[in-house]
Design a protein around this ligand. Structure first.
Ligand code: NAP
Length: 219
């Protein structure tokens, strides 16, 4: 059982909190307003949840930090507050929402590498980005369940990936390790590993079929 700091309490953050509390973890939630507006969600989540007064307050004693804010907010996060932490990047790039980001447009980097650059003292693992937030609480199942849903994960730190794998397993999902952070593009928006319910074998196949956006037939 872990203490999970969740930065961002919107679609993804609130759903991570629900599945985490349901599976026996403690959660601390932060938003951009010092915790204002989180009362109803904290009430719903019960005694395992609390609102933080700041991002640094949330991360202080966290075993894992889930970053669930728009990727255009990454550069503004208080970097020091993440030093030594295992951080999950849930981010996806939608130019219509995030604005144009040249290094993602030309595919020279990935969202998680941008977060890792913004938080140099953290160990970033990309995960939880490739399913609809609502499905976090509806598509998990116990380990060993036939056709259990699998999620993908990428990261450079083996120990951080082990911790994240155990956490996602406790949430109800098998995990497929895609390799280093630079391979995180394989389960980004619009690709076969994104948004579709896959078993571990299906996920591996979908990841292997991934093409860069520039190589897609309609690019
Ligand atoms: N929606 C999905 O189904 C889904 C699924 C997987 C991944 N994702 C990805 O997950 C990320 C979050 O998406 P979302 O749909 O959850 O967004 P959202 O509903 O708009 O929620 C964003 C949250 O981030 C908080 N926030 C923004 N800037 C912040 C900052 N500097 N410090 C602290 N908190 C900050 C906001 O706080 P305030 O309310 O105070 O502004 C809000 O709670 C995106 O990259 C998205 O692409 C989304």
């Amino acid at each position: 059982m872990a203490t999970i700091a969740i930065i961002g309490a919107g679609n993804v953050g609130s759903q991570v909190a629900r599945v985490a509390v349901r599976t026996g973890h403690d959660v601390v939630l932060a938003n951009s307003r010092g915790g204002e507006g989180l009362d109803a969600l904290i009430d719903e989540l019960g005694p395992r949840a609390r609102a933080a007064g700041s991002v640094a307050d949330a991360t202080e004693r966290a075993d894992v930090v889930v970053v669930a804010v728009p990727i255009h907010s990454y550069e503004g996060l208080p970097s020091k507050a993440f030093d030594g932490r295992i951080v999950i990047d849930t981010g996806n790039y939608y130019p219509s929402w995030n604005g144009d980001i040249a290094e993602l447009d030309d595919e020279s980097t990935t969202t998680a590498e941008i977060l890792q650059r913004a938080l140099p003292g953290a160990s970033v693992v990309k995960a939880l980005n490739n399913l609809n937030a609502a499905e976090l609480t509806t598509t998990g199942s116990p380990a060993g369940t036939e056709n259990r849903r699998a999620l993908a994960m990428a990261g450079d730190d083996t120990n951080a990936k082990r911790v994240v794998q155990e956490l996602l397993d406790s949430f109800g999902f098998d995990v497929v390790d895609v390799g280093p952070l630079s391979e995180g593009w394989r389960f980004q928006r619009d690709l076969p590993a994104y948004g579709i319910r896959h078993t571990a074998a299906e996920m591996r196949s979908a990841l292997a079929r991934a093409l860069r956006y520039r190589d897609l037939p309609d690019a």
